[in-house]
Design a protein around this ligand. Structure first.
Ligand SMILES: *Cc1c(COP(=O)(O)O)cnc(C)c1O
Length: 344
């Protein structure tokens, strides 16, 4: 059976439908809709197959990250990127403020620094590439360094930017993977969902139990749409990635662009505009095909200046994060070029 597809007997439906039910007749595998749902399970089977582990779906990427942070236990140390996703940093800061954990922020490009912070920690969360700075972590070196510790922390990789098609952290030796399924996995800017993937049964059951006890569950309709979106991930990523490469090249030689932050793969490109915040704001308000909006990974190209948000002090004021969608690359470049001319 193909992961995430309904049983393929004569007359069976091809698509797993959204099981819009809160409860199930007693005596079956699932009792109540906060424990599980057949539509979540289809989505989980597909993501699990892609990442090489067992997936647990959540109501948002942050709910998934909160479940991983919960593995640290009371007072544990959690390591995270100093310039990664702002929601993760804000969650850790709030939990630290409340005395529930100690957060240590690191530069993911500095393997020695990551390993130093990881000593004695309970959980290490890595993004690679980081959002929005596009920093890369040498995951192999971090995995090897952690393995040499007497009681190594759990390593969790936020794989939202890379997707399992470009990077499979569990295969590299990570213990956990998280995604904002809101982004590339679902891919259509029409839902909010998250997922945790792990191999060790004890981790899977802790994460699942966190979801049930905290009620951090996705809706069946969201899981249905996420699975539908996931089916086209390879073709969407191929197109968006090819366009991102073209745009990164054009941006790099544009006089209004100070620097391009592009790791050479994926659908995300960040670039710093000459003239800083004011010039970058003008670029964002001048696009006509791309949309000035937060979020990423959808079929439409989105862009925004990240430093305008509280907690984004590590992001340069003129940095624009561009999520490349499926529009024609020529149309997109024409749009960005006219917007950059406004900004300069
Ligand atoms: C968006 C995002 C999240 C948070 O996910 P939500 O679905 O918005 O809760 C976490 N990590 C990264 C890298 C993200 O881009």
């Amino acid at each position: 059976m193909v992961a995430g597809r309904a049983a393929a007997g004569p007359g069976d439906p091809i698509a797993v439908p959204p099981f819009l039910t809160s409860t199930f007749v007693a005596g079956g595998a699932i009792g109540y809709g906060r424990e599980s749902n057949p539509t979540w399970e289809a989505f989980e089977a597909a993501v699990g197959a892609l990442e090489g582990g067992t997936a647990v779906a959540f109501g948002s990427g942050m709910a998934a990250i909160a479940a991983v942070v919960g593995l640290a236990g009371g007072g544990g140390v959690v390591v995270a990127p100093h310039n990664g996703y702002t929601g993760t940093r804000k969650l850790l800061a709030a939990e630290a403020m409340a005395g529930r954990l100690t957060d240590r922020l690191v530069d993911v490009t500095d393997t020695a620094g990551v390993l130093k912070a990881a000593a004695g920690a309970a959980v290490v969360i890595i993004e690679s590439p980081t959002n929005p700075m596009m920093d890369l972590c040498d995951l192999d070196a971090v995995v090897a360094g952690l393995a040499s510790m007497s009681s190594p922390p759990l390593l969790c990789v936020d794989n939202t930017f890379a997707t399992p098609l470009l990077q499979r952290p569990l295969e590299l030796g990570a213990d956990l993977v998280v995604h904002s399924a809101t982004k590339m996995l679902a891919g259509h800017s029409d839902l909010v969902m998250g997922v945790v993937v792990a191999r060790q049964e004890s981790l899977v059951s802790q994460v699942r139990s966190h979801r049930t006890l905290h009620g951090a569950v996705p809706g069946p309709m969201e899981a249905f749409l996420a699975l539908r979106g996931l089916r086209t991930l390879p073709v969407r990523l191929e197109r968006a990635q090819a366009t991102a490469r073209v745009l990164a090249g054009h941006l790099a030689s544009h006089p209004s662009v100070e620097c391009v932050r592009y790791p050479g793969f994926g659908a995300m490109v960040s670039f710093d505009v000459v003239g800083g915040a004011a010039a970058a704001d003008l670029v964002c308000s001048s696009v006509r095909l791309a949309v000035h909006a937060t979020s990423l990974g959808g079929v439409e190209t989105l862009l925004e200046r990240r430093n305008k948000y509280e907690g984004e002090e590590t992001t340069p004021p003129g940095l624009i994060r561009l999520s490349v969608g499926l529009e024609h690359p020529d149309d997109l470049w024409a749009d960005l070029a006219q917007a950059l001319d406004h900004g300069s």
